[in-house]
Design a protein around this ligand. Structure first.
Ligand SMILES: *Cc1c(COP(=O)(O)O)cnc(C)c1O
Length: 303
């Protein structure tokens, strides 16, 4: 199994001189056209382990617009695994054709099990996993969002030696696996800032389980009301950012993080002369799905 992931480039963002900082974007969105950014990093050592253990089937979990579901479907096909996606929401069964993420996963041979939200909550219980075993035999379980020790190990490979010059490294946070990898491979004098895409205090604890350093903090002011919640200001920001820098951002994670970084720069949060590296963790496959939601709400679409 060839799992060489090439280093992505750091693209400089031109800022007004009075911002007094330098900002670079690490283009992890470009490491693979379909297995987006950090999901590829998180899958790398998990798929190697699954092969090593002799598994031919991957089971994983996710919601209707999950970047992880799309990534596992494509990676499974690429590396020769059957894939099974346990999807939150029975009502989605009838909507696969109109949901860009699920349609993509289905086209890449993922088999779905749609479950109620109540069952989904119990998805890692012994009883439910036994139930899956009777249907699908032995399988390798990739956790929701892909986060486990092997995923963190993969994310430790995002930063390179030359990234040591940055004072701050910023990333969007979902389950915390990505930031944990960044924390572990960062220099002790670098500060890692996480921008959670969702509300909740559980993240700090989850990250601490995997993190080996204390040089990090969460900036919790830019979740826009919760996971996958967006407003017009965010959409406008994403569209302007793309026009000015030719870099697309996703509405769930990287758009919120960069909105936050720009706001913090304007508020003088970063020391004068700081070099900031923001990780573009990918997630661009989610734009189409979000646009169907925005259209229904008669809000502007992401370009
Ligand atoms: C999944 C995802 C994240 C969150 O990563 P975690 O490791 O779960 O914190 C961030 N950005 C994008 C684009 C993602 O798809």
């Amino acid at each position: 199994m060839n799992f060489n992931i090439e280093n992505s480039i750091n693209q400089r963002i031109i800022l007004p001189a009075n911002y007094n900082v330098e900002l670079y974007i690490k283009r992890e969105d470009t490491i693979h056209p379909f297995i987006s950014g950090n999901k590829y990093r998180k899958l790398k050592y998990n798929l190697l382990e699954a092969k090593y253990q002799g598994h031919d089937t991957l089971v994983t979990f996710g919601g209707a617009f999950s970047n992880h579901i799309a990534a596992v479907a494509y990676a499974g096909k690429l590396y020769g695994f059957k894939t099974i996606g346990i999807i939150r929401g029975e009502e989605l069964k009838a909507k696969v054709a109109e949901n860009p993420t699920l349609r993509f996963a289905a086209e890449n041979n993922m088999h779905f099990e749609f479950v109620t939200r109540a069952v989904y909550k119990e998805k890692t219980s012994v009883a439910f996993l036994k139930h899956l075993n009777t249907f699908f035999g032995n399988f390798y379980m990739v956790p929701e969002g892909g986060t486990n020790t092997l995923a963190v190990k993969g994310c430790e490979e995002i930063l390179t030696k030359t990234d040591a010059k940055f004072n701050y490294v910023c990333t969007a946070v979902g389950t915390g696996g990505t930031i944990a990898g960044l924390i572990n491979s960062a220099q002790p004098n670098q500060e890692i800032l996480g921008f959670p895409a969702l509300k909740g205090d559980f993240l700090k604890e989850d990250i601490s389980k995997f993190a080996t350093q204390n040089n990090w903090r969460l900036i919790t002011d830019y979740h826009f009301g919760g996971y996958a919640k967006v407003n017009e200001a965010l959409v406008t920001f994403i569209n302007t950012f793309k026009t000015e820098n030719n870099i697309p951002l996703d509405p769930v994670y990287t758009g919120k993080m960069l909105f936050g970084i720009f706001d913090l720069i304007k508020k003088g949060y970063f020391k004068k002369g700081s070099k900031i590296l923001a990780i573009h963790t990918g997630g661009l496959q989610g734009i189409n799905g979000m646009n169907t939601v925005l259209k229904k709400k008669q809000l502007p679409l992401i370009k």
